[in-house]
Design a protein around this ligand. Structure first.
Ligand code: CP
Length: 329
């Protein structure tokens, strides 16, 4: 498998959204991720990126993304450098063009997390426009593509053929902070391309970007999958095979922080518990990208219960990102 990495033709490609990659290209990535995962578990060497350097610029905090990327590049034989904008000359106004050009002269890829609404994707795109090495999204305000790669690999591992499965993506109430909309947006974009029927449930103020919802509809039409939006929490669970209940902010509705928190607090019953889980098919699995707000987004009984796949999902961040780095770097 590793000898087919070069011929995949993905070296140098940016990864800002799954939408930029064809289904065939994503299939190549999932095959390689599965191989890397199996080889790691078998104790086989996977040093595909010896002497290669990945720069990781984090405008926002992270547990899974930082550690899975940094561990991944280590396991591939390369080196990851954690960069915080407040310790870079970005803090003194150095622009995306200069940052992109300079880092391109040193290493083999630039990964960025920048979730500020209305800024993050523009910054990643600007770096990608000027970098001569691949730019990999570690989450922006619009997309979290690596999370959705891990989610899909997890679903495929649990169910095999994913065509015709029902995935419920449900908003949940977690007023401790206003979360980005990038996870639900990336889910509704990619899952229908693999034949998965998606039901997206949110209170009216938590709608997603209209162009993303429109693209998700188009993706579903093209693959023959179903995509529906509902304002009823239970619709995401009924007869579902997979459910991903998670919080996001009413950012399309309002940019006002206090108003956002007030709206999140207005729907406390949008919380996943055992009764909701009973609405799904017997084999339904619970997923969440983490961190989860235990008690408000989901009960401990569910997230720690037999239907929960959250740690498999978190682990798969490592394997899909190793494949992503191996293919693009
Ligand atoms: N799911 C996820 O991206 O986790 P972190 O914010 O911890 O990176």
């Amino acid at each position: 498998m590793y000898d087919r990495i070069e011929s995949a033709g993905l070296k140098g490609r940016d990864f800002l959204s799954t939408q930029d990659w064809s289904v065939d290209e994503l299939e190549t990535l999932f095959s390689l991720a599965a191989q890397l995962k199996a080889d790691r578990k078998a104790g086989l060497p996977t040093r595909i990126l010896e002497d290669k350097t990945l720069y990781m610029i984090f405008f926002d905090s992270s547990t899974r993304t930082r550690n899975s990327f940094e561990t991944g590049i280590t396991q591939l034989g390369g080196h990851g450098i954690y960069l915080s904008p407040d310790r870079m000359q970005i803090s003194h106004g150095e622009n995306a063009r200069d940052t992109a050009n300079v880092l391109s002269r040193y290493g083999e890829a630039i990964a960025i997390r920048h979730c500020a609404f209305g800024e993050g994707n523009a910054y990643l795109s600007e770096v990608a426009a000027h970098a001569s090495v691949p730019v990999l999204s570690m989450q922006c305000d619009v997309y979290h593509p690596c999370q959705i790669l891990a989610d899909y690999l997890t679903i495929r591992e649990k169910f095999g053929d994913t065509s015709g499965l029902k995935l419920g993506v449900a908003w949940t109430s977690a007023p401790n902070y206003v979360r980005p909309i990038s996870v639900p947006q990336s889910l509704i974009l990619m899952m229908p391309r693999f034949g998965i029927d998606v039901t997206l449930a949110y209170p009216p103020e938590f709608k997603l970007l209209p162009e993303i919802e429109a693209q998700a509809r188009l993706n579903a039409e093209q693959s023959g999958a179903r995509f529906e939006i509902t304002n009823r929490f239970e619709d995401a669970f009924e007869d579902a095979d997979v459910v991903i209940p998670k919080s996001w902010g009413p950012l399309v509705h309002t940019r006002d922080h206090d108003e956002g928190i007030r709206l999140i607090e207005a729907y406390p019953s949008w919380r996943c518990d055992a009764a909701h889980m009973a609405l799904g098919r017997d084999h339904m699995i619970y997923m969440h990208p983490l961190p989860a707000d235990r008690g408000r987004e989901v009960t401990d009984e569910v997230i720690d219960g037999p239907q929960s796949a959250v740690y498999d999902e978190a682990e798969n961040r490592l394997h899909v990102q190793k494949a992503l780095m191996a293919l693009t770097m």
